[in-house]
Design a protein around this ligand. Structure first.
Ligand SMILES: NC(=O)C1=CN([C@@H]2O[C@H](COP(=O)(O)OP(=O)(O)OC[C@H]3O[C@@H](n4cnc5c(N)ncnc54)[C@H](O)[C@@H]3O)[C@@H](O)[C@H]2O)[C@H](O)CC1
Ligand SMILES: [K+]
Length: 568
């Protein structure tokens, strides 16, 4: 395998939507911007103006039919009639008809509150009924000025949540990346009350109450229907434990100079979001006009057993979807007919089997060396009786994806206890555990449930492998400490067989990368992102209950044509 790889993606100039920052890093980036001369107030106006525009587009968009005010979900005020039916409504009263959508603005003590107050002012001037809830006596100077101006306009401001009138939409400007400690009453109970209302809440920067870095709930947190993350993606928004609070996350790009980002994070930030652009810049697409099947990669799949034939088929279908030129699939002899019937284009290698129907020995076609393939993917459906096979592929010198029983066999003994006999492989090795397999492989690593990123990074360093930890937000790390996070997925993929499809897809992409002289390591994130997007599209079209693994393989080739999907 030629080791002179082109610049791998993680060495190329980064795009803003790939950057992921901690609160401290965001502070350092903002400090550079302010030091360069932009007034804090000017940036707040710019940022909050962008937020207000998105809120108007999304929630208050004129011209849509389905509303009582002639506008979008809440519409624009059709008239500037006085309030209908007398006094302001209160939480819990019977809803009273008002002539204008009511927007509640939750204002915290810091600049997150300042952002929200600028939004309040902008919506007010567009004729919306705006109400402010701000329980804090001490506000930052700029925030205090904005509050003073809002009140001078006659916008009602309430200290207690009970006084806030019933609203159609809430804007959460309580806390952003400045949240430092657990929330206490009255703010905590106010948030709990707001969460119990069936009113959409838009959070500015972070849902208030979530830790900016870990996504942990500090006491309680706003359950946002939409989170507008400001400038650079915050790490906490990408953590599994935050997901039920974040709602739909969207980046509000306020033109942070890339130079400032690189000054703080370096040219290749350690943690990156996997985006459509970053994936498309690495996939073996478009294909050369002149090519042939052996130039499009040759993948060897080693999978299946008499007990688990389906895993072999699904892995093969995932590999097929990758576009790999040649596909060989080693299975127990008794599975050969069914594999041929599902994958007529593949070379099915029937192997001698154990009493239990596992692969007893890799019997490749004569004169075929294991290292003559471009890549191997091994594990789905193997059962633990195939451990000699896994040992054999570990000794190969070509890129290897290990999944499912390949990982369970590897975990005996665990990697941290001298596992992976023969030490760290020189060739690319990708481990693709789910949480349970991860804990078996790395029993003494920090609990992957609470800090997945640190756990995966440590596992990659320990094993020398690229480790992909599956989850609502799949996390990938290599042994140099680079981390990729797949920012979107769907619970529709939480089904048997989804992982088998990913293994085949990833193996097929890696095999093509090898023949195309593309950085094979980049195919791990590309495969995970592609797999998730196919699941999302399938769920959109067939509901979250309609994405069985076979259907998923059909959507793998459809989703790349849907270039209109969000550029993540
Ligand atoms: N810096 C800027 O000009 C811009 C900031 N952006 C927005 O502002 C926030 C960050 O602002 P900051 O004032 O640093 O923090 P917060 O608004 O999040 O306020 C936190 C505030 O509250 C205090 N605090 C922290 N924890 C608690 C707690 N548990 N209970 C009570 N009070 C707490 C703390 O002392 C802070 O003062 C950022 O998210 C953006 O929304 C602009 O968008 C860009 C310009
Ligand atoms: K917020």
């Amino acid at each position: 395998m030629n080791n002179q790889h082109p610049t791998p993606n993680n060495q190329r100039r980064i795009e803003i939507s790939q950057v992921v920052v901690t609160a401290q890093q965001m502070r350092e980036v903002e400090a550079r911007i302010f030091a360069a001369g932009i007034p804090v107030a000017a940036l707040m106006e710019k940022v909050a103006g962008l937020i207000a525009r998105r809120i108007l587009d999304m929630y208050l968009n004129p011209g849509q039919e389905d509303n009582r005010w002639g506008g979008g979900e809440l519409g624009t005020p059709t008239t500037d009639r006085e309030w209908g039916l007398g006094a302001m409504g209160r939480w819990g009263d019977q809803p009273r008809f008002y002539s204008r959508p009511r927007v509640g603005i939750l204002v915290g003590p810091g600049h997150n509150g300042g952002d929200a107050l600028v939004v309040a002012r902008e919506l007010y001037f567009r004729g919306y009924a705006v109400f402010i809830y701000s329980p804090f006596a001490k506000l930052k100077e700029l925030t205090s000025q904005h509050l003073q101006y809002a009140q001078s306009l006659g916008i009602p401001c309430y200290q207690s949540i009970e006084d806030l009138p019933e609203c159609d939409l809430l804007v959460d400007g309580l806390f952003g990346f400045g949240l430092e400690r657990e929330l206490q009453d009255p703010i905590a109970s106010a948030i709990n009350q707001l969460n119990h209302k069936s009113v959409p809440i838009i959070s500015i920067d972070m849902p208030s109450g979530l830790h900016t870095d870990t996504g942990k709930v500090l006491g309680t947190a706003i359950r946002a229907s939409h989170t507008f993350c400001l400038g650079l993606w915050k790490l906490g928004l990408l953590q599994d434990q935050a997901l039920e609070y974040v709602g739909k996350a969207e980046l509000i790009d306020f033109d942070i100079p890339l130079a400032d980002v690189e000054a703080v994070l370096g040219e290749t930030p350690r943690i990156k979001r996997v985006t459509k652009n970053s994936v498309f810049s690495t996939l073996p697409l478009p294909r050369p006009a002149v090519t042939h099947k052996y130039k499009e990669g040759h993948l060897l799949l080693i999978c299946g057993s008499r007990r688990y034939a389906g895993g072999a088929i699904l892995t093969g279908l995932g590999a097929r979807a990758s576009g790999v030129g040649m596909l060989s699939i080693a299975v127990p002899e008794s599975l050969k007919p069914i594999l041929v019937s599902h994958l007529p284009e593949a070379l099915i290698v029937g192997c001698p089997e154990t009493q239990t129907g596992a692969i007893a020995q890799l019997q490749l076609p004569e004169n075929t060396d294991l290292n003559s393939f471009d890549a191997i993917a091994c594990g789905p459906g193997l059962t633990k009786d195939a451990s000699p096979i896994v040992q054999q592929v570990l000794e190969s010198t070509i890129p290897l994806v290990l999944d499912a029983d390949g990982l369970n066999i590897l975990a005996n003994p665990p990697l941290s206890k001298g596992g992976m006999k023969g030490g760290i492989r020189q060739a690319l090795t990708v481990l693709t555990p789910h949480t349970g397999e991860f804990q078996r492989l790395f029993p003494d690593l920090p609990d992957a449930k609470h800090n997945r990123i640190e756990a995966v990074r440590e596992a990659a360093a320990q094993s020398g492998a690229v480790v992909l930890l599956k989850g609502a937000r799949t996390v990938i790390a290599n042994s140099e400490g680079a981390v990729w996070i797949v920012p979107e997925s769907t619970p529709a993929l939480a089904r048997g067989g989804s992982g088998d499809v990913l293994t085949g897809l990833m193996g097929g992409l890696i095999a093509q990368a090898v023949t195309h002289q593309i950085a094979a390591e980049d195919m791990v994130a590309a495969a995970a992102w592609w797999h998730a997007q196919a699941g999302i599209l399938a769920a959109q079209e067939r509901t979250e209950l309609g994405v069985d693994a076979f259907t998923l393989t059909q959507y793998l080739n459809l989703v790349l044509n849907h270039t209109d999907f969000d550029s993540l």
